[in-house]
Design a protein around this ligand. Structure first.
Ligand SMILES: *Cc1c(COP(=O)(O)O)cnc(C)c1O
Length: 373
């Protein structure tokens, strides 16, 4: 029996092998590997795709977020010790970016239905130290709404989007204007980790913003804190996207919408055919607002279901089994009790939703889930 994998990166990238090899060859032959035209070109292409003025290529998604927070501190918009409201059921990197910038994460409960920040209860977390809300578009589902905009205006807060998982998703604002995730808030961090919807062949990330001053500081921070060689304005980092990854990403960006479309079709097919009474399916939501980075079901018997699926040859993953506030690296937060986030960590299971999943394979997954006893 061959196992149905969550995502096979070899097969995924083999689709574009010819083009990827061509541009890789060009970079190798050019002798220019950092701070060059290919990064500038990819930044421009992504800016056009997202309809935003500023894109800064960085080394990875964690750095993108960390540089945004460090940038706001350098600009005097935030100070060490200020609070950032953040969903408690996110990947650890969101929290690392906040604490490593010297800011304090305030863990907020997600909604059971969307797994995203519960916007209806958000105001309870606001204090005099709150400076920002970090929304995470988890599993590729856009997290946005009127309540969020209202709060940020009322309390003068920045919205930082963790858009590692929802590149390509859109949201239509009340005025009728449609924007892409990453272009909704004040700044966004993107990850091009190989398994993301737009994956590099290594690590890469980007900062997105409509704020020229922030873009300028972030670019300097990622380059040793310097705008002019050997003149250091900030205690910076070495966090740059390299030319090879930029060239590869320019190729793959062309296919992002098509792959997201396939993911959406797979999600609709799951929604129509999964029918186990104990397995709760993700809401399908508004077209375009989800790019289905993961298809996450939940059940009280999660570990049993995962074991059953493994026996049926279906690989599944858990995003994420331990919430950040319960991690060993954050003893100061271990006492916190966030019942919804903790329940989700016990119950979520990600089914395969690779753009390469065939209908036969998806049928096998559906049959295996429906046959769980
Ligand atoms: C992947 C991911 C990150 C971090 O991105 P890296 O490029 O792996 O550093 C941050 N937040 C979320 C929600 C992610 O899924």
């Amino acid at each position: 029996m061959t196992t149905i994998q969550s995502l096979n990166l070899q097969h995924l990238n083999a689709q574009y092998a010819q083009e990827l090899k061509e541009v890789a060859q060009q970079v190798i032959d050019s002798g220019w590997y950092l701070l060059g035209n290919r990064v500038a070109t990819f930044e421009q292409q992504l800016a056009t795709y997202l309809e935003v003025p500023h894109v800064v290529g960085v080394a990875n998604g964690l750095d993108a977020l960390r540089l945004i927070f460090r940038g706001y501190i350098a600009l005097g918009v935030m100070q060490q010790g200020d609070e950032v409201i953040v969903p408690a059921n996110t990947f650890i990197a969101t929290i690392l970016a906040i604490t490593q910038a010297g800011l304090v994460p305030v863990f907020a409960e997600p909604s059971e239905e969307t797994h995203n920040l519960d916007l209806t209860t958000l105001s309870q977390y606001i204090t005099s130290r709150t400076r920002a809300i970090c929304v995470v578009h988890l599993y590729g589902r856009c997290c946005w709404g009127e309540q969020l905009q209202q709060l940020t205006t009322q309390y003068n807060l920045k919205v930082v989007e963790d858009n590692a998982q929802a590149l390509g998703a859109t949201y239509t604002l009340s005025g009728g204007v449609t924007k892409r995730c990453g272009a909704l808030g004040d700044a966004a961090g993107i990850s091009f980790y190989p398994a993301k919807n737009l994956g590099a062949l290594g690590d890469a990330g980007a900062v997105i913003t409509n704020d020229a001053a922030l873009a300028d500081v972030v670019r300097a921070l990622g380059n040793y804190g310097s705008k002019q060689k050997y003149h250091n304005l900030y205690e910076g980092y070495n966090s740059r996207m390299d030319e090879l990854q930029a060239a590869l990403l320019s190729v793959k960006l062309k296919y992002l919408d098509r792959e997201n479309q396939i993911r959406a079709e797979l999600a609709h097919n799951y929604a129509q055919n999964l029918s186990h009474p104990e397995v709760i399916l993700p809401q399908i939501g508004v077209d375009g607002e989800l790019v289905w980075h993961q298809y996450v079901v939940r059940t009280a018997r999660r570990d049993e279901l995962q074991g059953h699926l493994a026996k049926c040859g279906v690989e599944t993953l858990i995003h994420y089994p331990i919430p950040p506030h319960k991690q060993q690296c954050y003893p100061q937060y271990n006492h916190l009790h966030l019942p919804v986030a903790e329940m989700l960590a016990q119950q979520v299971l990600s089914l395969p939703i690779s753009p390469l999943l065939t209908s036969v394979q998806q049928g096998q997954v559906i049959e295996a889930v429906n046959g769980f006893v």
